[in-house]
Design a protein around this ligand. Structure first.
Ligand code: PEP
Ligand code: MG
Length: 312
């Protein structure tokens, strides 16, 4: 089915009535970025998970080495949108060189942007490398921080990114950030919702637990209600709200996200064609109607059914 969709859909991302929705790729390094660009349908990178290249490293990679890696991804998407996430260390992605403390609950501990509490220089070095990688290219990186929980964290991060002439954003993957989306958006130029973690933290259910799969379903109406809040804030302020979690790879849910105000969707490259195809067959009004019905449902299954009744 995905192969058939790839044949049928060549982009760009838009609803049947012409609302533009960027269809972007999640990548991990130069090779995966070149493979994504080679498909000829994605409109840029929506999430470059920088930590994945360094998972086994005992020492912090030098700024020069980081620059080279980031440059490979930027070069693959010359002149297009490239959204790069600063290191999301900790929890399920321990980075040896960050020297994280032993914690009973790592997913609630020093992870993501919180490493500045113990090792602030690592983020500084990474931002220097990102700025160096973009120098002399046609790409102005959009740089976002993971695991932002407060307005102050967003403000502090934005200043560092702007000082290096890049575009600052944050991920919304902690419920507090979704609740305060209007205030956080006022500090940054864009946000990207990480539905994997936003669902985990909203439902208090470990995303790695097979027993809890029914709870860690991004169709949970409580999760959709938080996304609704973020999307509305983005539309009100004219700032881009994207989704880069697994939810963006589900064609039906992607349409619901657009109905909630999301205007960029980033997923594994193999997943994007079915999303683009589905979106191209529905109007923005249908997406909004489906979104309202899904948010109003009382269960994940009910939300899915309500959306399907509108969108087919
Ligand atoms: C997310 O949490 O949805 C996300 C995109 O980040 P990661 O899966 O890398 O935690
Ligand atoms: Mg995450």
């Amino acid at each position: 089915e995905a192969a058939a969709a790839a044949e049928a859909w060549r982009g760009p991302g838009r609803t049947a009535d012409g609302t533009e929705v960027l269809i972007l790729a999640n990548v991990a390094d130069g090779a995966s970025a070149r493979a994504a660009a080679g498909l000829g349908i994605v409109e840029g990178v929506g999430l470059f998970r920088t930590e994945l290249a360094f998972l086994d490293r005992p020492d912090e990679p030098s700024v020069a080495e980081q620059t080279e890696l980031y440059r490979e991804v930027i070069d693959a998407f010359d002149g297009q949108k490239v959204v790069i996430r600063t290191l999301d260390a900790g929890s399920d992605k321990p980075l040896k060189f960050v020297g994280l403390p032993e914690e009973a609950n790592p997913s609630l501990g020093v992870r993501g942007n919180r490493i500045v509490l113990t090792a602030p220089q690592i983020r500084e070095h990474q931002l220097d490398a990102l700025a160096a990688a973009a120098r002399g290219t046609t790409v102005v990186p959009w740089v976002m921080a993971p695991m932002i929980a407060t307005v102050a964290e967003a403000r502090e991060f934005a200043a560092l990114v702007r000082a290096r002439e890049m575009v600052p954003g944050v991920m919304v993957e902690v419920p507090s950030a979704a609740v305060q989306a209007d205030k956080i958006l006022a500090e940054v130029d864009f946000v990207s919702i990480g539905t994997n973690d936003l669902t985990q933290y909203t439902m208090a259910a470990d995303r790695m637990s097979p027993e809890l799969a029914a709870l860690t379903d991004p169709w949970q109406p409580a999760v959709l209600a938080l996304i609704d809040r973020v999307g509305a804030a983005g539309l009100a302020q004219g700032k881009q709200v994207g989704v880069c979690g697994e939810a963006a790879a589900d064609p039906l849910l992607a349409c619901v996200l657009v109905g909630l105000g999301v205007r960029s969707l980033s997923a594994a490259p193999a997943a994007v064609a079915p999303v683009g195809l589905k979106l191209g067959g529905v109007t923005l009004d249908q997406c909004r109607e489906a979104a309202a019905a899904a948010v109003g449902a009382e269960s994940a299954a009910g939300a899915r059914e309500a959306a399907r009744a509108v969108l087919g």
